[in-house]
Design a protein around this ligand. Structure first.
Ligand code: SF4
Length: 319
């Protein structure tokens, strides 16, 4: 059901600030054999299409639900002003941070996304759980009345997966206004500095500082790991509660080489992240690094011999 936008939501969802695509990162542009349609399948407004010029976004119909950003394996899609490190840093400044959306009143959140559909990816949810271990409330109270209400089930499904991946996490979804524990950041100067000292030593603030250390990505040729994965790998290293093996097995992609692999190394060239690299030894299978695999299927699509198969661990719950 599409609910008409009204009031604040209508003003903030201006069409000129729609999703944009970096074609150099899109797997379908990088590899013609890859028939990825994830962003097109997910968009309820048919805003994204594939035509003669490649991927096209109709800015006039985009409702900024960010569902396409959630499903794009290579982060080829972006939204103006959306910076994950800045968002985490803003949230870490509050004792009990509330994350909301731009369709809500100013009084209901400490930091906002244009739409909480961005959280529908389990990898994003796990990142929030690790970086803000003392408690994060996600304010979904306006979702059922919003034009983007289709995101709700997917955010809930991504959150459901958290309990197995980060047991004991403190991320709560708030759907009833009575449960919202928003505290406005209005403090006297003295209270502000006391709180600043406390928050600087908090687990979330320490995590955010560690994510910022050496945040520059080291690209491998034209290969690059999406920002969410790069931050998640750093968060796993810094977090005392992260279980690397569980996160790897439940979130990261996996490939297997079949007996039909001819060692052509086509998969090495096409992999957008550098997850597959040539082996030093002649005639050996390529070397696979699961921490970099984003389940984009480029290797499987590009291999003429069915020499490599992908296991997608990272599907979102969008229908
Ligand atoms: S190993 Fe295959 S599925 Fe994984 S990122 Fe590389 S090309 Fe994509």
């Amino acid at each position: 059901m599409i609910v008409p936008l009204s009031g604040y939501a209508l003003k903030t969802l201006a069409p000129e600030t729609a999703v944009t695509v970096d074609r150099s990162r899109c797997v379908r542009h990088r590899c013609t054999a890859n028939r990825c349609t994830k962003c097109m399948d997910i968009c309820p407004m048919d805003t994204i299409s594939w035509g003669q010029g490649g991927l096209h976004i109709n800015t006039g119909t985009c409702t900024q639900c960010l569902a396409c950003l959630s499903v794009c394996p290579t982060a080829a899609l972006s939204f103006p002003g959306l910076s994950l490190p800045r968002l985490l840093s803003d949230l870490a400044n509050h004792p009990l941070p509330v994350l909301g959306c731009k369709g809500q009143p100013d009084t209901d959140a400490h930091a906002r996304l244009s739409c909480l559909g961005y959280l529908a990816h389990p990898e994003v949810m796990v990142l929030f759980a690790l970086v803000i271990p003392d408690g994060l409330h996600i304010n979904l109270t306006a979702c059922s009345e919003c034009a983007n209400s289709h995101i709700l089930d997917s955010v809930v499904a991504a959150h459901d997966r958290l309990k197995d991946i980060v047991p004991g996490h403190a991320v709560r979804l708030i759907q009833n206004r009575e449960e919202l524990e928003y505290q406005a950041p209005s403090l006297s100067r003295r209270q502000f500095f006391t709180l600043f000292r406390e928050r600087s030593a908090s687990a979330a603030a320490v995590m955010v500082r560690r994510l910022q250390d050496g945040a520059e990505q080291q690209p491998y040729g034209n290969k690059r790991v999406p920002a969410t994965r790069a931050l998640l790998l750093k968060a796993i290293e810094a977090s005392p509660v992260a279980n690397y093996r569980t996160i790897r097995d439940q979130l990261f992609g996996k490939i297997s080489f079949t007996s039909d692999c001819t060692r052509s190394k086509r998969c090495v060239g096409v992999c957008p992240t550098g997850a597959i690299q040539s082996s030093d030894a002649n005639g050996k299978l390529p070397v696979f690094d699961q921490t970099l695999c984003i389940s984009c299927y480029s290797c499987q699509s590009f291999c003429r011999n069915r020499g490599v198969l992908v296991l997608d661990n990272n599907r979102t719950a969008f229908k």
